[in-house]
Design a protein around this ligand. Structure first.
Ligand SMILES: [Zn+2]
Length: 406
């Protein structure tokens, strides 16, 4: 069996470890996660890695001494998940260690399976990698899940140590680099006909709540030219937002929620409330877009004599991948005889947290139809083979570079 086929077979076996029969659900510190860590730990040992778990429940396999090149991703899943988002990166790391078994390297190799990236059981972001990056918020331990179980208790039952989560933190300088292989979760590589892509940045995000307030009235008696229809204003703005985002390369803007009051067939909408989600790999481009979207909302509101309410609801900065490291990854793609495609990640990843303590790089693998967070998630063996080849070339080139440095 090829290494890629073995990786996919392991993804399939891991995909059977679930909290629920019939669909894949593997949340933080659950018995299903315990089984997943134990299964992957066995594969890590077979690959010659010494295995441990840190206090937050992250699974860590290591070979060698000194500073480490870390390959990793997460082993938790969303609800009704596919089998590749997360596990593919961990198992590719294990496969890489196997392929480098006899290679003398000037750094240690580590494979990490983060215990929670998706934040499904508790409302956290990048829990596992945040612990490793020294950014775990102690208040998280008091969060309760849907069954009222506090995180501290869940972690203790899992075998971790809530009182020692700080000990999971790695010092900046301990890591040569953090490199994550992940399915793309979008259709861009498929459209470009490329098996893999080098990630330029993990996009920053702005969220806002937008409201248009007009005047409710009788659907039969108020003439069209006497109306202040909040939904018509919202609709005009939604389409304007779509046009603006289409016009700017790489920008994505989404209105995912729309509530209309009073919400009756025979009443003119008096109020419309919308959510806005805007993302881009460049913070400057994103902020300019937000200012323009707000200006557009003001224009629509003025033209239709409705009131506008605009409430900022959170923002995260873009996290660029490390340029030199990403160039090395791009060189490895070229050396593997593949076109070098670069793209930002519109979804968040563990690299966001890891960037605080290490240079980060990410390699995306094409996924069928851009589908993710869904059981239909799929990657091809041929593409995974390319990705493994690229990772191996990348690690070997990094080793040469490290050996050359005084
Ligand atoms: Zn993921």
């Amino acid at each position: 069996m090829s290494t890629a086929a073995a990786v996919l077979e392991r993804c399939a076996r891991l995909g059977l470890l679930s909290e629920e029969p019939g669909r894949l659900v593997r949340r933080y510190a659950t018995p299903a996660m315990r089984e997943a860590n134990d299964l992957v730990a066995g594969w890590m040992r077979e690959a010659g890695l010494a295995v441990r778990e840190d206090a937050a429940g992250n699974l860590i396999g290591r070979r060698g001494d000194g500073r480490a090149l870390v390959l990793g991703s997460h082993l938790d899943t969303v609800i009704d998940a596919g089998r590749y988002d997360g596990p593919l990166g961990v198992l590719a790391g294990v496969a890489l260690v196997e392929r480098l078994r006899d290679a003398p390297l000037p750094f240690a190799l580590e494979v990490v399976g983060f215990a929670d990236e998706e934040g499904v059981r508790y409302p956290t972001s990048f829990l596992g990698s945040s612990a490793m990056a020294g950014r775990f918020a102690p208040a998280w331990l008091r969060l309760a899940d849907a069954d009222g179980v506090a995180m501290a208790d869940a972690l203790r039952a899992f075998g971790g140590d809530p009182d020692a989560v700080a000990s999971a933190a790695r010092a900046p300088g301990e890591l040569v680099a953090y490199c994550e292989l992940h399915i793309e979760q979008g259709p861009v590589l498929e459209r470009r006909g490329a098996p893999v892509g080098v990630v330029t940045a993990i996009s920053g995000q702005t969220h806002a709540r937008v409201g248009f307030r007009g005047e409710a009235g009788h659907a039969g008696t108020v003439p069209m030219d006497a109306r202040r229809d909040a939904l018509c204003a919202a609709a005009e703005w939604v389409l304007a937002a779509e046009a603006l985002a289409r016009d700017r390369p790489g920008l994505v803007a989404t209105v995912g929620r729309l509530e209309v009051d009073p919400g009756a067939r025979n009443v003119i909408p008096g109020e419309a409330r919308l959510s806005l989600d805007v993302r881009h790999g460049s913070d400057a481009v994103r902020r300019e877009a937000i200012a323009d979207l707000r200006g557009e909302a003001q224009r629509v509101a003025a033209a239709r004599a409705v009131q506008l309410a605009w409430e900022a609801h959170g923002e995260t900065a873009a996290v660029p991948t490390e340029p030199q490291l990403s160039e090395r990854l791009a060189d490895a793609v070229a050396a593997a005889g593949r076109p070098v495609e670069r793209l930002p990640s519109g979804a968040g990843h563990d690299g966001v947290a890891m960037a605080a303590i290490a240079p980060i790089a990410m390699l995306f693998v094409r996924c069928a139809g851009g589908i993710s967070h869904h059981p239909a998630e799929s990657v091809s063996e041929a593409d995974v083979a390319v990705a493994l080849d690229v990772l191996e070339r990348f690690a070997r080139a990094l080793a040469c570079g490290a050996a050359e440095r005084p």
